[in-house]
Design a protein around this ligand. Structure first.
Ligand SMILES: [Fe+2]
Ligand SMILES: [Fe+2]
Length: 503
């Protein structure tokens, strides 16, 4: 019911108006005091104020000004006997809703009140619409902001992917980014092995390693194989409720909510990205799905580049390996020397707890450590007699020659250092640069011990081969001068644990 406050200094008229309004069906209140009216208005939620007008000038209407000060939107209907143009102009400027002149009749007042009520209704609809609009605008702003941030993020990830060339590294970055951005428990990239015709997990987060190693999915089999066959990116909010996957045997890592997006390179399907289970236990959303799809299309290009890069890298390495075995063949006293050095170096490095990347570098460096001998004259390389001083000088140039040969392959940066330093001594009396102690790279310290051991147990033109035990003793004897003490300690342990190494 509309709530009205009648304010009139003439009590009789005010009460009469209040009664008339109540009879007409309004909830009307009356006061003759303007001060009390202000207090009442502040305490109660009146819809409309009806008041008389006594003054002639602006300064004479303090009550209207006070009410407007309390509530600028207050609806005030003025009833007055003062009909001067100046007064009408003044009260309208003060923001009163309507102006009724005395003598009034109740119909006229009812009409004005109804107009005010309609105005109130429109005003409230308008307010609701405005609030709605503001809320939509805020939502829109949020979506635009999130989308922009998402694109920026994607751009950064893409840049990171493209600046990384190796396939393993590209796949690792993609999986780790998906896990971090979508806050999920599990993510895996499966690539299709064309020869075996199965999908194999190449890198994963949150999966049981035993499954990662074992998982081989044929086309059409299980969930991955099915999606791979259909070539359709899929978002499943709850796998339990999805009839498409009810009859399929689930791989161990599928649960709850998942996204599976095929990776396509030049129209050819090469693999899948699987994303599982948000940490918050909420289902994966459409926004998550869009993110994975966009990332998948960028990832596909990066994976292709990485494939090309890796195969190019392998081709270069293969070519150098042919050269190395040619040197080993030529210097027939050290046949298989490079392979033997690699075997011992890797065993040492593994025992020392080196990382997988370091092991890769050591394997390559050990296989190629004498590649510089390709630049040494055959006569010197296969000479049975003692070498002259100048011949030794040439022979000693092979580490740097090896580095020079491999330098164009910038992915072999560490490998080149190991090769150039494999004849340096712990005490600084080695060659070619006379490096000492910590100046010598870890890979070179390891290869140096392995290289010397393999050389000693091989027969030379000018001497018999050392027995295995003699060679070990010789290495021990040179601990702290030629060889790093820590590497020698690990070597001695390794040899006692693996008496069959190299036999
Ligand atoms: Fe060497
Ligand atoms: Fe060697």
């Amino acid at each position: 019911m509309t709530k009205l406050l009648v304010v009139d200094s003439e009590k009789t008229i005010g009460l009469l108006l209040k009664d008339l309004l109540q009879d007409t069906g309004y909830n009307a209140h009356f006061t003759s005091s303007e001060e009390e009216a202000c207090t009442l208005y502040q305490k109660n939620s009146f819809d409309i104020i009806l008041t008389d007008l006594k003054g002639k000038n602006v300064d004479d209407f303090p009550f209207i000004q006070q009410i407007k000060h309390i509530d600028p939107d207050a609806l005030i209907i003025v009833i007055t006997g003062n009909q001067s143009f100046e007064s009408i102009q003044t009260v309208l400027r003060l923001g009163v809703f309507d102006y009724i002149t005395k003598p009034f009749n109740i119909d006229e007042i009812s009409f004005s009140i109804n107009r005010a009520i309609s105005y109130l209704k429109l005003e409230s609809i308008n307010k609701a619409l405005m609030q709605d609009l503001e809320r939509h605008n805020r939502q829109l702003e949020k979506v635009v902001k999130e989308r922009t941030e998402g694109l920026q993020f994607l751009f950064n990830i893409t840049r990171e992917i493209y600046s990384t060339l190796g396939l393993r590294e590209v796949i690792r970055i993609i999986v780790n980014k998906v896990v971090a951005v979508l806050n999920v428990d599990k993510c895996a990239i499966l690539l299709f092995d064309k020869e075996a015709e199965v999908l194999v997990i190449k890198f994963s987060h949150g999966l049981d390693p035993k499954w990662v190693g074992q998982t081989r999915v044929k086309r059409g089999d299980e969930i991955s194989g099915q999606i791979f066959n259909d070539q359709e990116a899929t978002l499943i909010p709850d796998i339990e409720k999805d009839s498409r996957f009810q009859d399929l045997r689930q791989e161990a890592y599928y649960s709850g909510s998942f996204i599976c997006v095929p990776l396509v390179i030049k129209g050819e399907l090469v693999g899948l990205i699987n994303v599982n289970d948000k940490k918050t236990k909420e289902p994966l959303t459409n926004e998550d799905f869009e993110f994975v799809k966009e990332l998948a299309s960028e990832a596909s290009i990066a994976i292709e580049n990485a494939h090309l890069y890796d195969s190019l890298k392998q081709t270069s390495l293969d070519a150098f390996m042919v050269l190395t075995s040619a040197i080993d063949d030529k210097d027939h006293y050290t046949k298989k020397h490079s392979l033997d050095v690699t075997k011992v170096s890797l065993a040492l490095a593994e025992k020392m707890g080196l990382s997988e990347n370091e092991l890769t570098d050591i394997r390559r460096a050990a296989l190629l450590h004498d590649i510089g001998k390709i630049g040494i004259h055959d006569d010197i390389l296969i000479k049975k007699e003692d070498l002259t001083e100048s011949e030794w000088t040439e022979m000693r140039s092979h580490p740097l020659k090896g580095g020079g040969i491999l330098r164009p392959l910038y992915f072999l940066e560490n490998v080149i250092a190991y090769i150039e330093q494999h004849h340096e001594w712990y005490d600084g009396t080695g060659y070619p640069q006379g490096l000492k102690g910590e100046q010598i790279s870890l890979g070179a310290r390891i290869i140096s011990v392995a290289d010397s051991f393999c050389a000693m147990i091989t027969e030379r033109p000018h001497r018999q081969a050392f027995t295995r035990q003699q060679a070990i003793e010789e290495i021990k004897r040179n601990k702290g001068s030629q060889f790093f003490p820590e590497v020698v300690d690990v070597f001695v342990e390794l040899m006692s644990e693996n008496p069959d190494l190299l036999t």
